[in-house]
Design a protein around this ligand. Sequence first.
Ligand SMILES: [Zn+2]
Length: 310
Amino acid sequence: MSASTSDAAWGGIDLGGTKIEATLFDSNLTALASRRIPTPRQSYADLLEALTAEITWLRVASGQPDLPVGIGIPGLIDPITGQSVTANLPANGMPLGNDLKARNGGFIRLANDCKCFALSEAIGGAGEGYHTVFGLILGTGLGGGVVVDGALLPGPNVLAGEIGHAALPAPIMARYNLPILPCGCGRQGCFETFLCGTGMTRLAKTLAGAPLTAPEVVAATAQGDETAAHILDVWLQIAGELLHSLQLHIDPDCIVLGGGLSNIEGLEHNLADALASVALPGLRAPLICKPKFGDSSGARGAALLVRPDA
Ligand SMILES: [Zn+2]
């Protein structure tokens, strides 16, 4: 990407399990320049060095030595200590936020990548104009973030939206004799075990004895396969219960879908139907929609972490 970087206002870094993408934005959140480097997998020191290189690149490219930089990470960040909880990076339990600030100075802010997605879609994205936007990520994991009037919902853990680790609905588990499986978070029977991408495969294996991928389930359903249609139906029933819980707890007026499963054609309508079938009577339904920025929401949402009014 080439453009004048003299108008640069903020930097955003999307730290993923395989790549680190740094993007320079102007004050209108137009991307001016970006670059990707691989994520070091071996050591914390290598990861710190790679992130420092990205921050330095952003600041040199912008001509601003103190350019504010936001970073989205696949994990949780303690807002006080900067300590990270992340299974997919060599930074678990390390004070990643504080170490980056000590090395690089200036304004650097870290947040969970689902929170960055929610921010990006709430501000100028598919949720623009709505008061309470829930960014729901249906990807390799199941996560989310809540943005109220343009700001992430605050809390002592900045945790709001981590609904993937709430317990699966007992009536559905019993109805289909579904197993209570261990979750990556250390608990058992979390929504994430069946609702994320690999969760659909687990559900297919449990219900039909075939480890079908989510695209395979969807394609077979479209071709009239009754077994696949049943798997998708049970998956949507579980998702409907999740959305019902979201409505009871947060009552969003907009839910923006993200992650790999959000690419499923018509999923937003299927989910709206799934919610309608279990919602309390008489409630106003949230708009459920696809994202505007999708994969590029990571760096954009990270940059939004450091805008002056954030
Ligand atoms: Zn869990």
